[in-house]
Design a protein around this ligand. Structure first.
Ligand code: ARG
Length: 588
């Protein structure tokens, strides 16, 4: 379906052409003087030089052909040569009816669906999910949903960190605590127990303990390094422990991501890429890309025109161990082989940017990807506390995601109960739904690359640019519609008509921007544009609501037109928040 902007530009272009000018001048923009008009065209100003004519003369010629336009109620020349435009109410009403019938509310699905893999989440097994992983999950999930909505095949991969020193640390700490376990008995030949020798609670306590100790105790650290090494070589007892650790933590991670309404198509992990490393490294050597430098194996990735030094990409350390870079390169090999993506997008903390520059350049240079495979990095900023420093608990520790969510839900619950008397169970459920909107909208409404301040008071407020405000607006619409239905009203024979007042027209004009907003949000990987859009729509709706008697309107056709517009507004807002990864309750 055509965008309103396109239709208007076509009208203008055709008028320019009929008046004997180049149709290219017929571009239309939103008015920068909303007090004077809704849209404007500056083409006559742009054309003045080429035609050696005063701009207002060109504009006069052009508007003569807009007199009978079915699109514009006003096309007026103002000096020195702007064309001020207003849209005709009937035309806008008809456009709303078409939007309501369009499956995607005017978003044009792509004609060339691409396979896009998104690498997001990136939690590390056995370490609790903390707020650092929150942004990746929230932003990645939203981009995945937007990508699908515009018609691409999007594959989300959690890419678990399961292959590093943390595994060796846990094994070492376990060995110190329970040396009698069969996993540590080298002569043991039997089957290993099916049950893990620890719970998730114990596991989460073991890791920080081991990590702290390894920083003070060198022998302990060496032991952990050795355990990591043995694990990576496949020592059976350690592999069995690794399986237990994986099982226990993945169950817990899935529960956490479920609560966040974040889901992954693939639960792949760093260790899955390990089998690809030997061949990949050999090829890089054989083709002359990889060379030894002080015992390590590296590939140069600096390029002409670099303004800062890009160090070589390291493949193997001098002891032959692989690195984070090696794993990411081998993961690219695996992804190309199994999924043939047109693009791989990484949603990771922007402090890892250099790592990804090295990985992308190396992958391209050594031919791991095809020429037109896109490798993109969306580096997000840090989530800070009110003090402007990375978010911490009151005690100064790393904030666990679960606790953060519980805090927000509690705050939401308090506000909801304060607001009205809902049954307790309802209020708890509602608080969870609204709490999620507070967290996600609070994050997504900022440009992803920027740092932002996680402000519980502001995010949970029902007023201002917040998730709860958007949900409050949706719930308000739903309650009007259900009251109408309860009173026996039907929507039969109803249709959206020309706007009855300015605030209704303004709401309609805001709604028309849905298609271009979603398309741009996808192209620019910018969910914050959808947030800005629904904030404007909500404001426009609330002004309309305050200025218009809806249910007490006496003219039945007009009343149904209002209610139909309410339905459309609700559907568009609910579609938009679904793209952001949250939903609205029935009541609040
Ligand atoms: N596990 C990593 C971390 O916590 C993030 C992984 C990001 N993805 C990747 N392919 N490197 O920092």
């Amino acid at each position: 379906m055509k965008k309103l902007m396109e239709i208007m530009a076509e009208e203008l272009s055709s008028a320019f052409e009929k008046a004997g000018y180049n149709p290219e001048y017929g571009k239309v923009t939103v008015s920068n003087r909303p007090d004077l008009c809704e849209f404007q065209c500056n083409g006559a100003m742009a054309g003045a030089k080429a035609y050696k004519k005063a701009p207002f003369m060109i504009a006069d010629d052009v508007v003569a052909y807009l007199k009978d336009s079915s699109v514009f109620s006003k096309a007026e020349v103002v000096k020195p040569g702007f064309i001020n435009l207003n849209v005709k109410g009937d035309f806008l009403g008809e456009y709303m009816r078409k939007m309501a019938e369009d499956e995607t509310f005017s978003v044009n699905r792509t004609e060339e669906p691409k396979t896009i893999m998104i690498d997001y989440g990136g939690p590390n097994v056995a370490k609790p999910l903390h707020v650092g992983h929150l942004r990746s999950a929230i932003i990645g999930e939203s981009i995945k949903r937007i990508g699908r909505y515009v018609g691409h095949r999007v594959i989300g991969d959690v890419h678990l960190g399961d292959w590093g020193l943390q595994m060796g640390l846990i094994i070492t700490e376990l060995k110190h605590r329970k040396p009698e376990l069969v996993y540590f008995d080298d002569s043991y030949q039997g089957e290993y127990p099916a049950e893990a020798p620890f719970t998730i609670g114990e596991l989460e306590e073991i890791y920080p303990c081991a990590s702290a100790r390894s920083k003070e105790d060198e022998a302990y650290r060496d032991e952990a390094l050795e355990a990591t090494h043995l694990l990576q070589q496949g020592k059976p007892g350690y592999m069995a422990l690794w399986n237990h650790i994986m099982q226990v933590s993945v169950t817990d991670l899935k529960r956490n991501y479920d609560n966040l309404k974040v889901s992954f198509d693939l639960w792949k992990k760093e260790s899955d890429a390990q089998p690809y490393i030997p061949d990949m490294v050999r090829n890089m050597k054989d083709q002359g890309y990889a060379y030894e430098d002080q015992g390590a194996l590296v590939v140069d990735v600096k390029e002409e025109g670099d303004t800062k030094e890009i160090p070589p990409c390291m493949l193997l350390k001098s002891d032959g161990a692989s690195l984070y870079t090696t794993t990411d390169l081998a993961t690219i090999v695996e992804r190309m082989k199994l999924y043939h993506p047109d693009e791989i997008l990484y949603v990771v903390d922007k402090r890892q940017e250099l790592h990804f520059i090295q990985v992308f350049r190396c992958a391209r240079k050594t031919g791991l990807v095809e020429k037109d495979t896109k490798l993109s990095f969306l580096g997000f900023g840090t989530m800070n506390g009110k003090d402007g420093k990375p978010f911490k608990t009151r005690e100064g520790g790393v904030m666990r995601l679960e606790n953060l969510i519980a805090d927000i839900d509690e705050e939401m619950y308090r506000k909801i109960v304060e607001n009205r008397s809902v049954r307790d169970k309802d209020a708890r459920e509602t608080a969870e739904i609204v709490g999620l909107s507070a967290i996600k909208y609070g994050d997504l409404s900022n440009q992803a690359t920027k740092d932002y301040i996680f402000d519980v008071d502001r995010f949970t407020s029902f007023e201002g640019n917040t998730g709860p405000y958007i949900l409050y607006t949706i719930v308000r619409i739903k309650s009007i519609l259900s009251r109408y239905a309860r009173e026996g009203g039907t929507m039969e024979d109803g249709a959206i008509l020309a706007p009855a007042n300015d605030s209704q027209k303004n709401l309609m004009l805001e709604l028309t921007k849905f298609g271009s907003t979603v398309e741009t949000a996808f192209e620019e990987k910018a969910p914050h544009k959808i947030c800005a859009y629904i904030y404007e729509v909500s404001n426009a709706f609330n002004s309309f609501y305050h200025e218009t008697k809806i249910l007490s309107e006496e003219d039945p056709a007009r009343k149904k037109s209002f209610l139909k517009l309410l339905e459309l507004t609700r559907d568009i807002l609910e579609t938009a928040i679904d793209l952001l990864g949250f939903s609205a309750p029935e009541r609040m």
